[in-house]
Design a protein around this ligand. Structure first.
Ligand code: SF4
Ligand code: SF4
Length: 184
């Protein structure tokens, strides 16, 4: 990742306080920047900011850098970082908090498939109570890489022929009860 100069005026301390109030993020300020989380993370090699840097960005209030980072989407929620953190900081929960906010604000990297997949999966589960792989993948591809559908057609047809991919859209009973529990 290219290093950029940052200025104090870009910080948003109110946003940091907001994140600190979220479940699992309370201990964020006790980070000693030891880097154990980054050394433990199996995916830090591929991230634009390592987990240690994400924690620091949040502490300092660099809202846009944190919310637009690809790191939060590459995080596989393996919990290795938090398990080794000497300060018992729940880094995975911080990643989830940032993901939720990035989805709410639409500030994730454009056409990046992981947040779109999360959105489509959630929408389908909220609407029907079940996820139907075919429809989730179709909507994901239409929003991120429509032309990629052509290259998937053959594999899709083969899966349908062997009964491993269905066009059926299931729906649970009393969906209204689930919808009351899940925010729109
Ligand atoms: S392991 Fe914990 S204390 Fe060390 S840098 Fe990561 S979050 Fe901070
Ligand atoms: S939970 Fe995410 S950030 Fe932590 S070690 Fe696993 S992949 Fe890395």
């Amino acid at each position: 990742m290219e290093h950029q100069i940052r200025y104090q005026r870009e910080c948003d301390p109110a946003w940091t306080r907001q994140i600190l109030s979220r479940p699992g993020c309370e201990r964020l300020m006790s980070c000693i920047q030891c880097g154990t989380c980054s050394g433990t993370c199996p995916l830090s090699l591929y991230m634009d900011f390592t987990p240690r840097r994400v924690v620091q960005l949040v502490r300092e209030g660099f809202r846009d850098d944190a919310l637009k980072s690809q790191t939060i989407w590459l995080c596989a929620s393996c919990y290795a970082c938090g398990a080794h953190c000497p300060q018992d900081i729940h880094i995975t929960d911080i990643m989830y908090t940032l993901k939720r906010q990035a989805i709410r604000e639409g500030s994730f990297p454009k056409r990046f498939p992981i947040p779109v997949l999360a959105q489509e999966f959630y929408k389908m589960v909220r609407r029907r109570g079940r996820s139907s792989e075919f429809w989730v993948v179709l909507r994901l591809m239409l929003r991120t890489n429509p032309l990629g559908l052509f290259s998937m057609t053959r594999a899709g047809l083969a899966l349908m022929r062997t009964g491993r991919l269905s066009l059926r859209r299931e729906r649970i009973e009393h969906i209204d009860e689930l919808q009351r529990a899940l925010p729109d």
